[in-house]
Design a protein around this ligand. Structure first.
Ligand code: PEP
Ligand code: MG
Length: 358
């Protein structure tokens, strides 16, 4: 009963007093944000915005993809912006001034478009009577088809290719931040591989923030090996780095996150390459080395660079010890993993003999 609850609170208080790593949550809506706070999260380290474009809003995304004139594109974006502003406002309200890192839209474009086979059948069956929008969609789906979508048109590349898409999101973030006083928004750019990509998006974002009259940090995911290897340059244009170790693991090993594991992972276990999947426990020798390089070179450029991790490893005990050793500022993980992350961050600091600075 109450005694047990109090004992757990004392335990967590002890861990919190010891740890140097901050603990944030990955949360994409107000409900998850509130849950994360109940578990003790001190901010949101990753708010993915992809799901905000699904459901009823797919239609608006289709309009955006099908737009053939700047006016049509503007109209589609103008319809999305108030919806996004409402999404972000709710999250900022739930977090009451704790930092919230919002990642600009990331996934492959095809995920928003109808399935090629379904649509082909629909158009073929309708024959002469086929809907014009369906025909145009079918052509777009064909045109956008990629053999390797995870290595294709996603993240910052999508932002560069569709004018106004990132600007719409940044404006929505800025207006929501203005509507919720005390908000600490952080705008995060996904899949950056070169500083020039980041500079381009950062400049556009800064101009919008200035126009709206709110401040927000602008930073980047480090999830492509080239970003880690050029972190010294990238830090010139980033106020924070967040390690996306899901993609970084995929790209460092050349393992598909989505479908390759079952086929040959057991052989790697037999060979002793790893004892646990590198998607679960951070591979210190390879992926970890890239994280170290990026942390060191990033901070050499910008000593106050804020460093976090928001891949699945942010909630994994052994990986949390690694994050402490490398000197990250925070880990971010799913709300349900927060209590263990707090404890493990405390244990890591005690084990390393440098606790209590938080
Ligand atoms: C990652 O790649 O580690 C990450 C956090 O982003 P996502 O899982 O959305 O690709
Ligand atoms: Mg990623």
């Amino acid at each position: 009963g109450d005694e047990l609850v109090q004992a757990v609170h004392r335990l967590m208080g002890h861990a919190d007093a010891s740890r140097r790593l901050d603990v944030r949550a990955n949360a994409d809506n107000a409900e998850d944000a509130a849950r994360a706070r109940r578990f003790g999260a001190r901010g949101i380290g990753l708010c993915r915005t992809e799901h905000m474009f699904l459901g009823d809003r797919r239609r608006l995304v289709e309009d955006l993809v099908l737009a053939v004139s700047p006016e049509e594109r503007e109209r589609a974006l103008a319809a999305l912006q108030p919806l996004q502003k409402a999404d972000f406002t709710e999250i900022f309200q739930a977090m009451e001034g704790l930092p919230v890192t919002i990642r600009l839209i990331d996934p492959p474009l095809h995920e928003f478009l109808p399935d090629f086979t379904d649509l082909s059948v629909k158009v073929a069956l309708a024959g002469e009577q086929a809907d014009d929008k369906d025909r145009r969609l079918l052509a777009a789906v064909k045109r956008l088809h990629e053999q390797n979508p995870m290595l294709g048109l996603r993240g910052v590349r999508l932002g560069l290719v569709i004018p106004g898409l990132f600007a719409m999101q940044v404006r929505a973030i800025a207006e929501a931040a203005k509507a919720v006083p005390g908000t600490r928004a952080e705008i995060m750019i996904p899949l950056v591989a070169a500083v020039q990509e980041l500079e381009s998006v950062r400049d556009e974002a800064r101009a919008i923030l200035t126009e709206v009259g709110v401040g927000a940090l602008v930073g980047t995911m480090i999830e492509v090996p080239r970003a880690a290897l050029t972190a010294g340059q990238i830090a010139e244009a980033a106020e924070f780095f967040s390690f996306g170790t899901n993609d970084l693991t995929q790209m460092t090993w050349g393992f598909s996150r989505d479908d390759v594991e079952a086929a040959f992972f057991s052989k790697y276990l037999d060979l002793g390459v790893f004892g646990v999947s590198p998607f679960e426990s951070l591979d210190r020798d390879g992926v970890g080395r890239l994280v170290r390089i990026a942390a060191e070179e990033g901070r050499a450029t910008r000593p106050d660079l804020k460093l976090g991790i928001c891949g699945e490893h942010g909630g994994d005990p052994d990986s949390i010890h690694f994050c402490h050793e490398v000197g990250l500022d925070y880990v971010s993980c799913s709300p349900f993993r927060i209590p263990v992350a707090r404890l493990e961050a405390g244990r890591a600091a005690l084990a390393a003999g440098d606790s209590g600075t938080r």
